[in-house]
Design a protein around this ligand. Structure first.
Ligand code: PLP
Length: 321
């Protein structure tokens, strides 16, 4: 990779004046190199953060005023809801809506997810773009290779780069991408003042992940399609949710106890949280999300393993569950 890893926190002034890089809380060269690559993928100006949730926090602090209402996609990543609830004392209101339809009129900021984790619905991007409020689209699961939200009128494309972008479960990072330079500058100001900055090591790992993103996604997606079809035909599986692209699916078995046995029964697939990494992961989501999702829902993030090995593992665990 061309971009060197520069861990400096400070750089010498040239002739008594700060240069492009002076203090890493503002910008650092490893971060900027990664941001240029990310901006190219999504078609805008990218900013990197130390996690996906740090990106969401920066967006809310920058784009919402106290007393404002966030319209949040139902069934979106549960961390969005819990963060927004946590910010209630700062005057953040939340209303959930069905993102396959129109957002509520009272929204001051709209947060949709393409596709939603773990219910895998897709937002009606035309309907959200028609609303007067700014739109943030979390496209973590689609990745910029399958959806570029800015091309559909969204104001901010957001990613947990921890997932398919970095891709190896060894970096925690988040990204915003905006077309409007003025919005990028406002987000950058919040990031710099609050110090919500990804380290050079993190930026380097995300950048390295981008080199193999297309190859990983193509293969993980091809495997996910096959597993979604086979799961849908399995008698122990009640529902399969798969939007037809990318690496993530979810499926329901009879109840929570069956889901628990199934997640403990897999061997090739890791029973762990998170998604988008090279290793497949299966998790019963009820333990985190409670009654917002069916008790028998399992989320499967498909990795790079051989499709037959993954199917054999699932089939075996389904029989035993
Ligand atoms: N958005 C989605 C769709 C996610 O799945 C997650 C985490 O699972 C996040 C955002 C939060 O990202 P992070 O864990 O990097 O803070």
């Amino acid at each position: 990779m061309d971009a060197p890893l520069d861990r400096s926190a400070t750089w010498p002034y040239g002739d008594g004046e700060p240069g492009r890089f002076s203090y890493a809380r503002a910008d650092h060269p490893t971060g900027v190199a990664c941001e240029e690559a990310l901006g190219g993928l999504d078609g805008g100006h990218a900013l990197l953060y130390p996690s996906g949730m740090a990106a969401v926090t920066t967006v809310v602090l920058t784009m919402l005023r106290p007393g404002g209402t966030v319209a949040l996609a139902e069934g979106a990543y549960y961390g969005h809801r819990t963060l927004l609830d946590h910010l209630a004392p700062w005057g953040v209101n939340v209303v959930e809506f069905d993102q396959t339809g129109r957002p509520p009129a009272e929204a001051d900021l709209i947060l949709v997810e393409a596709p939603a984790n773990p219910l895998l619905t897709m937002p009606d991007l035309e309907a959200v773009a028609a609303h007067a409020a700014p739109v943030v689209c979390d496209a973590t699961v689609a990745s910029p290779l399958r959806l570029r939200p800015l091309d559909h009128g969204c104001d901010v494309a957001l990613h947990s780069a921890t997932k398919i972008l970095a891709g190896h479960d060894d970096a925690l990072a988040g990204v915003t991408v905006t077309r409007a330079e003025e919005l990028r500058d406002r987000l950058h100001l919040t990031r710099r003042l609050a110090g919500i900055v990804a380290s050079a090591d993190t930026a380097w790992l995300v950048h390295r992940g981008l080199e193999t993103l297309e190859t990983r996604l193509d293969r993980q997606e091809a495997t996910a399609r096959i597993l979604a079809e086979r799961l849908a035909a399995h008698p122990a599986v009640e529902t399969v949710r798969y939007p037809g692209f990318s690496f993530l699916l979810s499926f329901d078995v009879a109840d929570g106890a069956t889901a628990g046995r199934l997640e403990r029964g897999v061997e090739t697939i890791i029973n762990a949280t998170s998604l988008g990494g090279t290793r497949s992961k299966l998790e019963a989501r009820h333990r985190w999300e409670g009654d917002r999702i069916p008790p028998g829902l399992l989320r499967l993030s498909v990795g790079l393993e051989n499709v037959e090995a993954l199917w054999a593992d699932l089939e075996h665990a389904l029989v035993d569950a």
